[in-house]
Design a binder for this molecule. Sequence first.
Ligand SMILES: [Zn+2]
Length: 282
Amino acid sequence: MIRLLFTSAALFAAVPVAMAANTTLPAAPAPVSTAALATAPTVPSAPKGAPAGAPTKLVEPHLHVLKAGKPAVRVALTFDACMGKTDMRILDTLINQQVPATIFVTARWLRTNPEALALMLAHPDLFELENHGLNHIPAVDRPTLVYGIPAAGSPDAVAREVQGGADAMLAHGIPKARWFRGATAKYDASAIAEIRALGFEVAGYSINGDSGASLPAAAVEKQYLSARDGDVLISHINQPTHASGEGVVKGILDMKAKGVQFVRLEDFAAKGDDNTTQQAAR
Ligand SMILES: [Zn+2]
């Protein structure tokens, strides 16, 4: 109970990118001591020349797709399916409007959303499914907290999170994943190198569409309308009761009316910073 209170408080202490999209906390990876939880910083950063054991420096990588060039505007919509349910307002809109998107799924979400998964798999022309991990645990290989959530905490635990997500996807009949995006979209450099060595590129983003499904609809719509050529948007497709989803729908319709060209990550060479992709961002 003490830990629950602590993590709840930490959750509200930071502006979440991806964690507010969760209705439940992920299962804590073993073993993380109570003392470590109590002393770890929420958003750590290491000073230059910091000794071993210093706070872990986390990065939140950017990602862009190849620009279309003026006057065209090419944008990749990405959605995280962290856990919980499916926002059918968004999924129906993508299908009805024939808008392609890249969906990052966890093993947890796959287990409880067979109908939504079947819909996505029935439209391979629209949906690219990629890896959001096994248990929605931040892919950081040292014990720390990210938005109050215990990170994987070791290279072995990062590997379990990444490979476990990929294996669950294959077991559900999804084509082999090429991209990984961890819970909270934050990593440390050594975890990024490990994920790359496991055969995945790490999917950042360039526009935060919904701040973890926490933004009101009008604010989400504004984020969508701010997209420029080459941008990669991140939003959530697992919060059907949040107002954010309404803004996502409006944003998609607005962009379509403006003639935006929607693409998936696999369609155009996507380039990220922080060594997240094979082709480095300029
Ligand atoms: Zn997530």
